[in-house]
Write a protein that binds this ligand. Structure first.
Ligand SMILES: Cc1cc2nc3c(=O)[nH]c(=O)nc-3n(C[C@H](O)[C@H](O)[C@H](O)COP(=O)(O)OP(=O)(O)OC[C@H]3O[C@@H](n4cnc5c(N)ncnc54)[C@H](O)[C@@H]3O)c2cc1C
Length: 406
């Protein structure tokens, strides 16, 4: 029997672990190569990072049998309140309008990571190789991955490789896949806050002349805040003490949630978008940040990656990947590239459009923004389109988006 895995995954971040759980199959071994030790992490209260899951991602986690465990630790978003600072227009998207329990959920990244890690460790189809650093690939009938483990150089040969080693992907470089990087000239401050009058199931997206401000419910009185600014302002905001920062945020966000009573540590980072020019090459497929790093304005990076994984599962559902010759493999990967690139482009266009429409101080654009929000609130068809897009359903679906494995 062949001891090499059918599938290898480079990178065991959130996307790599989800991909391993989704693509494992009785008789199909998956080998994950992860450079860190990947130990379970503690929930971090006000110091946590969090991630908004779209409804399509909820369906994918249902298909993986993980949703009940995730749901217990996630905060539902039943309403999204969209406003523009200093303008009169407001739009609200409500889950009840689409007969849904929630439009999406917010969960601490550490908690989600721990749940995924636990499942991966339980699977006898997945080998998790931690403290194993990818170094290079060599192409033959299979793909040879060379990496450095705790005790020196190692290699595996796989019939399909999923590249999920993040935005600075070494595996992408090793495959000679170029990527385009666009600097938005913006950066974001992220932190968590406690407020005096929580509206626990409402997420707020507020467009300001400096950039968008998102407040996502984390349960009880906690909110995750992503506040986009120009880089100088971000440096200034991250340098403020807690009271000064709370005051600045309060001034920008207003009193919809009462007083900002407590703030966590602030982290600032620059925002850019990067896009790999090709998603697949020689039996290797880029997923997650290795394929795309998006503006966090629409909270889509991880969600889009999950839909990529769902699409791969569908395409390889009953194939023994070992038996696919070069032509059959190239055919499947070309179908994948065409269908997924189309959705990636749409998500990128929307993110870029929002950034330029809502990060501009021209008065005319201010009126346009206000008008756009009011129209969005009163035109049901338009609102449904935006809600469907946010929930991750614009591009129709496959079985996992319906909550079932293919
Ligand atoms: C401020 C902000 C807010 C966001 N909010 C949302 C949101 O609400 N919803 C959403 O869907 N998305 C959101 N995103 C995007 C989301 O965070 C990313 O899409 C997602 O985390 C990417 O995960 P990944 O596993 O692809 O990459 P990473 O998390 O970077 O993981 C890469 C993994 O590869 C490993 N690795 C690296 N190099 C090697 C090597 N040489 N060998 C082996 N292993 C290696 C790393 O150790 C790591 O574990 C947000 C992003 C930002 C910046």
């Amino acid at each position: 029997m062949n001891s090499d895995p059918e599938i290898a995954i480079v990178g065991g971040g959130l996307v790599g672990l989800c991909a391993a759980l989704a693509i494992q199959h009785p008789g199909r071994q998956v080998h994950v190569i992860e450079s860190s030790a990947l130990a379970p992490k503690k929930a971090a209260g006000l110091e946590s990072r969090s991630i908004a899951l779209s409804y399509a991602s909820v369906q994918i986690f249902k298909a993986l049998g993980l949703w009940n465990a995730i749901k217990k630790q996630a905060a539902p978003i039943r309403t999204i309140h969209i406003s523009s600072q200093g303008q009169w227009g407001v739009a609200r998207l409500r889950a009840a309008d689409y007969a849904l329990e929630a439009l999406g959920y917010v969960i601490e990244s550490n908690i989600l990571g721990n749940l995924l890690l636990d499942q991966v460790k339980k699977s006898n189809l997945i080998t998790l190789d931690t403290e194993a650093k990818f170094e290079s690939t060599a192409q033959g009938e299979t793909v040879q991955l060379n990496f450095r483990g705790r005790n020196g150089p190692k290699q595996v040969n796989a019939n399909l490789v999923l590249v999920a080693d993040g935005g600075s992907s070494k595996a992408r470089t090793s495959l000679g896949i170029e990527h385009r990087c666009i600097d938005y000239g913006q950066s974001a401050v992220i932190t968590n806050v406690r407020v005096s009058k929580p509206s626990p199931y409402t997420a707020y997206e507020r467009f300001t002349p400096q950039g968008p401000l998102a407040m996502l419910p984390l349960g009880k009185s906690r909110y995750a805040c992503v506040w986009t600014h120009d880089p100088d302002n971000t440096d200034r905001l991250t340098g403020l003490d807690n009271d000064q920062f709370a005051e600045a945020l309060q001034k920008c966000f207003g009193y919809r949630l009462g007083f900002i009573e407590q703030v966590g540590q602030r982290h600032g980072f620059s925002l850019h978008r990067s896009e790999a020019l090709t998603l697949a090459k020689n039996r290797c497929v880029l997923i997650g940040s290795a394929a795309n790093a998006l503006h966090p304005v629409a909270g889509q990076g991880f969600n889009l990656a999950l839909r990529d994984v769902a699409s791969l599962c569908e395409l390889f559902q009953d194939e023994s990947i070992r038996n696919l010759n070069e032509i059959a493999m190239a055919d499947i990967l070309s179908k994948y590239e065409i269908s997924r690139k189309a959705e990636h482009r749409q998500v990128i266009r929307l993110g870029d459009g929002l950034v330029s429409l809502y990060s501009n101080e021209l008065p005319l654009l201010g009126h346009l923004r206000a008008g756009a929000l009011s129209l969005l609130d009163i035109i049901p068809g338009l609102k449904a389109q935006v809600a469907l897009f946010g929930m991750g359903f614009t591009f129709g679906g496959n079985s996992m988006l319906r909550g079932q494995m293919p």
